[in-house]
Design a protein around this ligand. Sequence first.
Ligand code: HAM
Length: 428
Amino acid sequence: MSQSKYRGPKGTYDVLPGDAGTKREPHERPEMWAWIEAIARKTFARYNYREVRTPVFEEADLFVRSVGESSDIVRKEMFTFTDRGGRELSLRPEGTAGVVRAYVERSMDRMARPVKLWYTGPMFRYERQQKGRYRQHSQIGAEILGSADPLVDVEAMALLYDIHRQAGVREEVIHVNNLGDLETRERYVPELKAYLEKHRPDLDPDSVARLDTNPLRTFDSKDANTQALLEDAPKLEEYQTDDARTHFSAVTSGLDALGIPYRVDPALVRGFDYYTLTVFEAKSYALGAQDAVGGGGRYNDLVRDIGGPDMPGIGFGSGVERILLAASAPDLTPELDVYFVTLAPEARNVALKLAAELRSSGLSCDLDYLGRSAKAQFKQADRTGARFSVVIGADELAGNSCKVRDMQGGGEAAVPLSGGEVLKAVSG
Ligand code: HAM
């Protein structure tokens, strides 16, 4: 056990190299992050998305307005604090609000539409800790602003699925639902509420608490009694306007055209107040309780609600930790091209210079900085996973050469002591 007086905050983890600590989850290994972020970056470029970076904290009120007062996130999960200037700020619990705030503040509605943006970074939610659920997690996300075309909904899901497929996410199905437009909701919610009111004594406490603010969220309840009651509740589907219905059928036919595995799931309501029409969640049936690898939806009223023009939007966020848990990721061991083994003090500067030359040619190199014995240096070369060791001793210096040893194949060759020659020997 370590003697450390301090521990990382609850619900957080460290990403560390090598075999630091004992058994580690994939998201605790830096090479996995580099791998998944490279997939995301490359894929977003193929779909013509531009990267954005917004602050990890924003005015608390932005999240109250967008994510919604009745959401679990705002009610129970935000890290909110007052700064020294008396401002109330929150660590971002999600990425959409900040991106939409920046879009409005920087008048990005003047850019060619639709504006297609992507981001990656940490999000903070004060949640109960369990496998796949952290107080600091990271998302890869996208927001598309300025088009109400249902094909944009299809693109968002296709893009999410594409990233997950390249990462090897197992047994993925996209659950999708139509929450309807404002008019649909104005017709439906009072009917649902009236029905739930009649059964108030049989509802679970959370659902009762949400009756006045957001009765739709009752569908999220895990309580068996509440779920049984919902079987006979009025169905949202029957209250859809023609526009909302037409939109959704264009979305599903687009998904059919692309052959994306999806399931229409009328119980999918998602925990944000900003959604309208299409909502979706990419689930991996290979995961346990926390099976949502990514989720998103359309938010046609959000830009206006936070003071911008009347602009539709849609987006998704996908949890990096969950992607890596659900992925059949390759076994990535970091590789070093060359480790220099120096057998004489005069060899050290020669190795230093050769390493600099090889690095500027794009190879990765390292050398001994602890004055180790020859045996210990070879052991270190092994540990670093070096493909080649380059041995320089007094004899080699006298002959103006070095020994290039293939650490996996086992062969060894004498090579003239120049960056170009060593490069040739290890690239061959
Ligand atoms: P969300 O469904 O709350 O959506 O989060 C997106 C994904 O982040 C989840 O599917 C999950 O993989 C991951 N995630 C969320 N909370 C945690 C946690 N505590 N620990 C680990 N992973 C977590 C949003 O955040 C929306 N902003 C998505 C969106 C973008 N909608 C429109 N645009």
